[in-house]
Each structure stands twice: as structure tokens, then as C-alpha cells.
Design a protein around this ligand. Structure first.
Ligand code: HEC
Length: 138
């Protein structure tokens, strides 16, 4: 009987495989609950950071008349394209609007939320969410 550093190659391969499965499960199977969480997180973020100028909900007009209500953004361009601007520091060209830099996860959340409130049909691949977020103006 010999034992050596490679005595049990099977064990480490199994370990790697299990690790791989773990990552796959994380990456490719977002639970519906998590999706909802993300949308809600997005809502919280935009209410907090954008709500003082933009209408962030399904109704209402923007506190700052110049700022487009978020639910109308998709009529101008695909919501997805916002992701880049958000990640890079959004719209520094608009003097009234502060520059925001968000983490990719936050960006995801914001995009998710934006998509959930768009008025225009065909705003994105998302199917309309049952019920939608409760209407609140803030
Ligand atoms: C201090 C006020 C203010 C805040 C806070 C603010 N915005 Fe704006 N935003 C504006 C104004 C004003 C405009 C319109 C500027 C223009 O059209 O020249 C605008 C325009 C936009 C546009 C449209 C740009 C375009 O080219 O049509 C987007 C998208 C946007 N804002 C996203 C956001 C997001 C996301 C947040 C929060 C993270 C945010 N804004 C926070 C004032 C604000």
C-alpha cells in the first residue's frame, strides 16, 4: 500500500465538481423570490436617490419638471441601455443631476425596477409583473 500526495485523486475531483455545481446553481437559477427582492431593492434605491427630482412610481409627475418620469424612459431608449450609464456614473452632462455611481448589483436592481414600471409595451423582454408594485407617491 502506498500513500502519497496523489493518493486520492477522486476525492479532489469530486470536490471540484461539487464546487462547480454550486456556482452553476447560484448563477443560473435565480429564484423568483430573489427577482422580486431585486426589483424592490431597485425601487428603494431610486426612491432614495432619484425621487426628489424624478417621478419614480407608476403615477405622478416629477418633482423637478425637467426630469422625465421613470415610467416613460423606455419611450426614449431601451431601459437596458441605462445600465451602462448607471455603472459609469450617470448623465454627468445634466447640470441639475448629480453623478451617481452604482455597483453592478445596484444597477441590476434599478434596471429591474425601471422595467417593471414602464408604460410603453415592449419596453423589454420582461412579462408584466402580476399586480406590480403598490402605487405610492413620494
Ligand atoms: C437633482 C435632480 C435629479 C436627481 C436627484 C436625479 N435626476 Fe435624473 N434628471 C434630472 C433632470 C433635470 C433631467 C433632465 C435633464 C435634461 O433632459 O436635460 C434628468 C434626466 C434623467 C434621465 C434621462 C436622460 C436623457 O437623456 O433623457 C435619466 C435616465 C435619469 N435622469 C436618471 C436618473 C436616475 C437613475 C437618478 C437616480 C439615481 C436620477 N436621474 C436622479 C434631475 C435629476
Amino acid at each position: 500500500m502506498r500513500t502519497g500526495p496523489n493518493g486520492f485523486p477522486g476525492l479532489s475531483i469530486l470536490g471540484l465538481v461539487m464546487l462547480g455545481f454550486g456556482f452553476c446553481a447560484l448563477a443560473s437559477a435565480p429564484a423568483p423570490a430573489a427577482e422580486k427582492d431585486l426589483t424592490q431593492k431597485g425601487e428603494v434605491i431610486v426612491r432614495e436617490h432619484c425621487g426628489r427630482c424624478h417621478a419614480v412610481g407608476l403615477t405622478g409627475s416629477s418633482p423637478n419638471e425637467e426630469a422625465p418620469p421613470f415610467r416613460t424612459l423606455s419611450s426614449k431608449y431601451p431601459i437596458d441601455s441605462l445600465a451602462e450609464s448607471l455603472a459609469e456614473g450617470i448623465m454627468s452632462g445634466h447640470p441639475d443631476m448629480p453623478v451617481f455611481v452604482f455597483t453592478p448589483h445596484d444597477v441590476d436592481a434599478i434596471i429591474r425596477y425601471m422595467q417593471s414600471i414602464q408604460e410603453e409595451p415592449g419596453a423589454g423582454p420582461d412579462e408584466p409583473e402580476a399586480g406590480g408594485p403598490a402605487e405610492q407617491q413620494g
